[in-house]
Ligand binder design. Structure first.
Ligand code: NAD
Ligand code: UD1
Length: 344
């Protein structure tokens, strides 16, 4: 399939573009490099052993998006592009609603106008934010606790309404749990621009010496070791989940949600220990107050994806820690300050 991949230069997008090529598909990247680097695309091309079509553009430019869809001869779209930092979304809600919701509307208008009706959308387990459940199946009541999460929920609702209006639409709403890890080559991975908000990139930067210690947010949760428990899914498994969803989409008219997670929970301290084993470094940490808005435990029930998409996560925490460390040590300052040689 020829697949327009918005945000394909980003963390999850870059791994998925590689997986699409490996599965025999033809991805075309559309990205404005707001939170990514052309170097990531260059490296995906190097891993794939072929050139990748790249269009630099902004989803907020509706005419540009329409032009891309009108000439591209696409069978489907995978839509990653968007803003994703929870704290920033609270400080800059309009920017988040504009980029995520208006950007998606522009994309959907252009798809509809050009007869492209198959879409895989990046949603998030954040839509289970108010459910109170620690193990989440897709039919839980949805609710959010921050503007970022609300953009994802609003987009899900727009997709439901659109699919209900016209039976030609086939839409996968993929709810990711906690994407982590990197490609085993160490050539592509997560490259946060500022101080990382999320656990795994923060731990990696402590291990490589960029930060002196980790603050563990809360040691008194009702979990086995008192720290938060999450479902950490290896990004290469997540990428395979997109290929599975894309290939299954013709069988699923309408809009349907699938969780992409492992079904296993790991605590913050288990992540720290796994990273210490993988890196041979010690990760100093200090237990501090809980982070507002955090829950004790959030783990996927991934059975719907297993049954319907024939997909399940193959990799565990040890693989995540090994591959994250391999990426971090080969690219201590990410893509921008690298000389392009992972073995240097
Ligand atoms: P990322 O920031 O690495 O990738 C997003 C990409 O979109 C970037 O390359 C960025 O430059 C591009 N982009 C942003 N605004 C754009 C615009 N207006 N026009 C064109 N391109 C634009 O993020 P990621 O971690 O790869 O996440 C991908 C998607 O998955 C996002 O929608 C995110 O909300 C969702 N998601 C991510 C996580 C996670 O933990 N990483 C979890 C759940 C859901
Ligand atoms: C976060 C987002 C969520 C998003 C998800 C995707 C928040 C509040 N939530 O989830 O909307 O869908 O990423 O990956 O940002 N932790 C520390 N110290 C740190 C960082 C994190 O102890 O420096 C702990 C957290 O308290 C939590 C766990 O590590 O228990 C995971 O945190 P994080 O990686 O930020 O992900 P989530 O909060 O689960």
């Amino acid at each position: 399939m020829r697949v327009l991949t918005t945000g394909g230069a980003g963390y999850i997008g870059s791994h998925t573009v590689l997986a699409l090529i490996e599965a025999g598909h033809e991805p075309v990247i559309f990205d404005n490099f707001d939170n990514s680097s052309p170097e990531a695309v260059r490296r995906v091309a190097e891993l794939a052993g072929r050139d990748i079509e790249l269009i630099e553009g902004d989803l907020l430019d509706a005419d540009a998006v329409d032009r891309v869809l009108s000439v591209g001869n696409f069978d489907a779209v995978i839509h990653f592009a968007g803003l994703k930092a929870v704290g920033e979304s609270t400080a800059q809600p309009l920017r988040y609603y504009r980029t995520n919701v208006v950007g998606t509307l522009n994309l959907l208008d252009a798809m509809q106008a050009n007869g492209v009706c198959q879409l895989v959308f990046s949603s998030s387990a954040t839509v289970y934010g108010t459910s109170g459940a620690s193990r989440c199946a897709e039919d839980l009541p949805l609710g959010t606790t921050n503007p970022y999460g609300t953009t994802k929920l609003q987009i899900e609702q727009i997709l439901d309404d659109l699919a209900a209006s016209d039976p030609s639409w086939h839409v996968a709403k993929l709810r990711y749990f906690n994407p982590v890890g990197a490609h085993a080559s160490g050539r592509i991975g997560e490259d946060p621009r500022d101080i990382p908000n999320n656990l795994m990139p923060y731990v990696s930067q402590v291990a490589v010496g960029r930060r002196d210690h980790l603050s563990v947010y809360g040691g008194d949760y009702p979990t086995p070791d008192g720290t938060g428990v999450r479902d950490f899914i290896h990004v290469v498994d997540l990428a395979a989940g997109h290929v599975a969803a894309l290939e299954a989409l013709p069988e699923f008219p309408g809009a349907r949600a699938w969780n992409l997670g492992t079904g296993e929970g790991n605590s913050v301290l288990e992540v720290v220990r796994a990273f210490e084993r993988a890196s041979g470094k010690s990760i100093p940490f200090e237990i501090v107050d809980r982070r507002p808005g955090d829950v004790a435990e959030l783990v996927a029930d991934p059975s719907r994806a297993r049954v319907e998409l024939h997909w399940k996560a193959e990799r565990g925490l040890e693989d995540v820690a090994r591959d994250s460390w391999n990426w971090q040590r080969n690219n201590p300052f990410g893509y921008e300050n690298s000389d392009g040689d992972a073995d240097a």
